[in-house]
Design a protein around this ligand. Structure first.
Ligand SMILES: Nc1ncnc2c1ncn2[C@@H]1O[C@H](COP(=O)(O)OP(=O)(O)O)[C@@H](O)[C@H]1O
Ligand SMILES: [Mg+2]
Length: 363
């Protein structure tokens, strides 16, 4: 049974919807990421799970119990925000202990138990040496560790994280992504993580739920999202692709076809689309930069296009070549820097890709 279920959740502000008919089942111990562009409804969804916002309709169950109407403090769910929201007048220990000291009645904790729990949390985020510091005496990454320790301290069923690494510089963010993921696996806790950064989502998640304008577009593993996008939006949002509006010709029973883009024509296999294509059907085709192969002009290849190198962008481990095919089409090819032949601006090249390597959708 899933630990958290969102059923037919809708959220309206006035007459405009922010989340539309959202159904989501999250498994115990899962790292689930809600990914989508700014304004698509990620934070609103997280706030509804946390109880800070009530859905207009639909229900939310946690461990089988309907929590839709419960106030935040009655849900066993904690949230970590991008801006950390640590108490500035409290030191690290006091920040982590704060929630534990609030517990009342049968849940009340002794001073000793609080202290030992704080010790465990400090060790977990490797911040034991910083226990007496105030938040402003810590770096951004250290503050975020404390915010996470504080949120995990009272053992919530689920941790909600809203762009928690957004304020960190790239290098620290990459390091914290790995730390957070390994922490989550060690704790065996369910994380619902929100980000607009597709690379972050692909790196960290067990599954990704892609949202667009209040709608859930697709839910699946990083691999499924990347190699089998279910919608044109997902194909365009994840990874770097070129998009062609084209027509399908010579459609075969095995799903293969020819794609006509202007004067260019190339084969696709049946793996590139779900529904059979009709002869002459308008389609949109996505082709990833890394699927495009460049060959020196004098190579003997069949099924290759002739092109000319336009610009070259050096990105460290890879090189991006913008390649013109005639006057109509410009592709971006991604090549590793090591081993591959290198081209200069103006070089003539041949360009190819496999018939399996596109995603094709009906228009
Ligand atoms: N309290 C509110 N009142 C009216 N509109 C809101 C409110 N909160 C969010 N919105 C709108 O809802 C949409 C989704 O917002 P949000 O969930 O914050 O998106 P995200 O976190 O994906 O960037 C945005 O268009 C935003 O302007
Ligand atoms: Mg947001």
């Amino acid at each position: 049974m899933p630990i958290l279920t969102l059923s037919n959740i809708e959220k309206y502000y006035g007459t405009s919807y922010v989340v539309k008919n959202l159904n989501l089942a999250i498994e115990q111990g899962e790292f689930l990421t809600i990914l989508g562009p700014s304004g698509c409804g990620k934070t609103t969804t997280l706030r509804m799970i946390g109880g800070f916002e009530l859905p207009t309709s639909g229900s939310i169950t946690l461990k089988g119990e309907d929590i839709s109407g419960l106030p935040p403090y009655k849900r066993h769910v904690n949230t970590v925000f991008q801006n950390y929201a640590l108490f500035p007048n409290m030191n690290v220990e006091e920040n982590i202990a704060f929630g534990l000291k609030q517990k009342k009645g049968s849940e009340k904790m002794s001073q000793n138990r609080i202290q030992s729990r704080v010790e465990d949390m400090l060790a977990m985020v490797q911040m034991s040496d910083f226990r007496k510091r105030k938040p402003q005496e810590l770096s951004g990454g250290q503050q975020q560790r404390i915010a996470i320790a504080r949120a995990v301290a009272n053992d919530p069923d689920i941790l909600l994280l809203d762009e928690p690494l957004g304020a960190l510089d790239l290098k620290l963010r990459k390091q914290m992504q790995i730390e957070l993921k390994s922490l989550q696996k060690r704790l065996g806790k369910t994380f619902v993580y929100v980000t607009h950064d597709q690379e972050e989502a692909l790196t960290m998640s067990d599954r990704i739920a892609v949202m667009n304008a209040g709608n859930l577009e697709q839910i699946g593993t990083s691999n499924e999202m990347y190699y089998h996008p279910a919608t044109p939006f997902v194909a365009e949002f994840i990874g770097e692709s070129i998009k062609f509006e084209a027509r399908a010709k010579k459609t075969q029973n095995d799903g293969s076809a020819l794609i006509d883009v202007g004067t260019m024509s190339f084969p696709i296999s049946g793996k590139t689309h779900k529904n059979p294509l009709r002869e002459g059907q308008k389609v949109v085709v996505f082709l990833r930069s890394e699927a495009i192969m460049l060959h020196p002009a004098n190579t003997n290849t069949d099924a290759a296009f002739k092109g000319v190198i336009g610009d070259i962008i050096f990105v460290g481990s890879t090189r991006k070549y913008r390649v013109h095919i005639g006057n109509e089409i410009t592709l971006t090819a991604l090549e590793t820097t090591l081993g591959a032949p290198q081209y200069a601006v103006g070089d003539e090249v041949q360009i190819s890709w496999s018939a399996d390597d596109c995603s094709v959708f009906e228009l």
